[in-house]
Design a protein around this ligand. Structure first.
Ligand code: EPU
Length: 417
């Protein structure tokens, strides 16, 4: 199995180009199920989760091509299957996103329940509650959701917890339902707005995305379209933290700084210099790195997907920072690995107390999920000696060529087989 070796001590300098957002590309690909015409996507990151989604769609009879140049062509005219098997869902929880489009197009879905994972229990009860409000019957049998409906109808759906893929699933389900669907306390992540704009290009009537209330008026049919995926704000954020932690100077190009306000304010708060010009950002890391508390929140708050990377940064802070994880109940696995590198981190339930200033030393560490892998690379960039990160398949799920991009900025990083 591949590992990544990082040798710390080099400030990152130069320019990096950001890829398309994995978490926007995934729902965009499955939205192709909603029409028998062709959906063309641009700026799709060539990462493992995208290839898993292609496999899943192919299994359902969708003609799906994904290319390394970032384009994808999807045609579901011949789609017939409505089965998302456990073998694929267990490797990528976002597979649950096929539920909404399958119900909209075929009125039937048989989708494996994802189960828990390294960051928390991650139930899908809200996805099912919404479909049931729209008139579907959802049973859980042998670990699968078995859903059916003679025809979905519009409904008023109130989420008691903000859920990103839950909002996306129900938006897609509602596009061809009979009447209007209102999603209240909906997620307002940029990935939701990207999906809404794709659906509008397909002929759907969606309003209010980017706010807590989304309205979808059902139409009889959707058509093909061409759509460009937004830049990956988490990849861009990871490079911004890489600049800050190494006291480097990095230009982060083709990103969307307007989607990153909470992180950028936090970086300014800890002493980094941040300059923005259109779709480019320049981040300069400064000494000292100030320790500042943070709490993860749904968008526009500080993203849970940046929590692990920020923790790596705070190990280098000049005081104590309290990091509170309010989205997932078990997203601190990386902390224990950072402690093995010499960091002083105490976990108290949903809070991590990080006492900065302890020099890190390279060690063999284990990545537990996608963002944890990224955070261990960041810690390795400032550790003395070599850090060897195991289970990097997590990294390959969501970061496109990360070691090549970091190496081009001067990082000493290589993949070892
Ligand atoms: N929740 C429920 N019931 C549900 C759905 C969610 O209780 O039916 C809870 C979850 O347990 C969690 C909270 O709601 O405590 C938020 O979960 P959400 O549903 O928003 O997460 P998700 O849609 O499964 C997406 C991203 C994650 C990201 C979260 C939060 C995709 C494909 N995944 O997951 O991304 O962390 O939103 O922003 O969009 C990643 O890219 O590394 C990643 C994990």
């Amino acid at each position: 199995m591949d590992k990544i070796r990082v040798t710390g001590g080099t400030p990152l300098l130069g320019r990096v180009v950001i890829s398309g957002a994995k978490n926007a590309a995934l729902p965009a690909m499955v939205a192709s199920i909603l029409t028998n015409e062709t959906v063309e996507l641009e700026n799709v990151p060539f990462v493992r989760d995208i290839l898993t989604t292609r496999k899943l769609l192919t299994k359902m009879g969708v003609q799906a091509e994904v290319r390394e140049d970032g384009t994808a062509t999807l045609n579901a005219a011949q789609a017939s299957g409505h089965d998302a098997p456990y073998e694929l869902v267990k490797t990528m929880r976002a597979s649950i996103l096929v539920l909404g489009p399958l119900m909209a197009r075929f009125g039937r879905a048989h989708v494996s329940l994802p189960g828990g994972c390294a960051i928390g229990a991650r139930p899908v009860n809200l996805h099912l509650m919404g479909l049931e409000k729209m008139g579907a019957t959802c049973d859980v049998v042998h670990g699968y959701v078995d859903a059916s409906s003679p025809g979905l109808r519009g409904a008023h759906i109130l989420f008691d917890t903000v859920t990103v893929t839950g909002t996306e699933n129900l938006m897609m389900a509602a596009t061809m339902a009979d009447g209007e669907t209102v999603l209240d306390n909906a997620a307002c992540e940029p990935e939701i707005s990207d999906l809404a704009s794709l659906l509008r290009s397909m002929g759907a009537r969606v309003e209010g995305d980017g706010t807590r209330t989304i309205r979808i008026k059902g139409v009889p049919k959707l058509h093909g379209c061409r759509h460009r995926i937004i830049p990956d704000r988490i990849e861009a954020g990871t490079f911004a933290v890489a600049a800050a932690i190494t006291r480097g100077d990095v230009i982060i190009a083709k990103c969307a700084p307007e989607h990153m306000a909470a992180l950028l304010l936090q970086l300014i708060g800890i002493g980094s210099e941040v300059g923005i010009e259109n779709d480019c950002m320049r981040v300069r890391g400064k000494d000292p790195i100030l320790s500042r508390d943070v709490t993860t929140q749904p968008y526009p708050g500080f993203a849970t997907d940046m929590q692990a990377q920020y923790m790596a940064l705070m190990t280098q802070g000049n005081g104590t920072a309290v990091i509170t994880e309010s989205i997932f109940e078990n997203r601190f696995m990386h902390a224990l690995e950072m402690v093995r590198m010499g960091a002083d981190i105490r976990i108290e339930g949903r809070r991590a107390v990080v006492r900065g200033g302890k020099p890190l030393t390279g060690a063999n560490v284990l990545a537990s999920d996608l963002r944890a892998s990224a955070s261990l690379i960041l810690a390795g960039l400032v550790a003395r000696g070599d850090t060897l990160i195991d289970r990097v398949y997590h990294l390959d799920r969501g970061y496109e060529r990360i070691e090549a991009k970091l190496a081009a900025l001067g990082a000493k990083i290589e993949r070892v087989r």
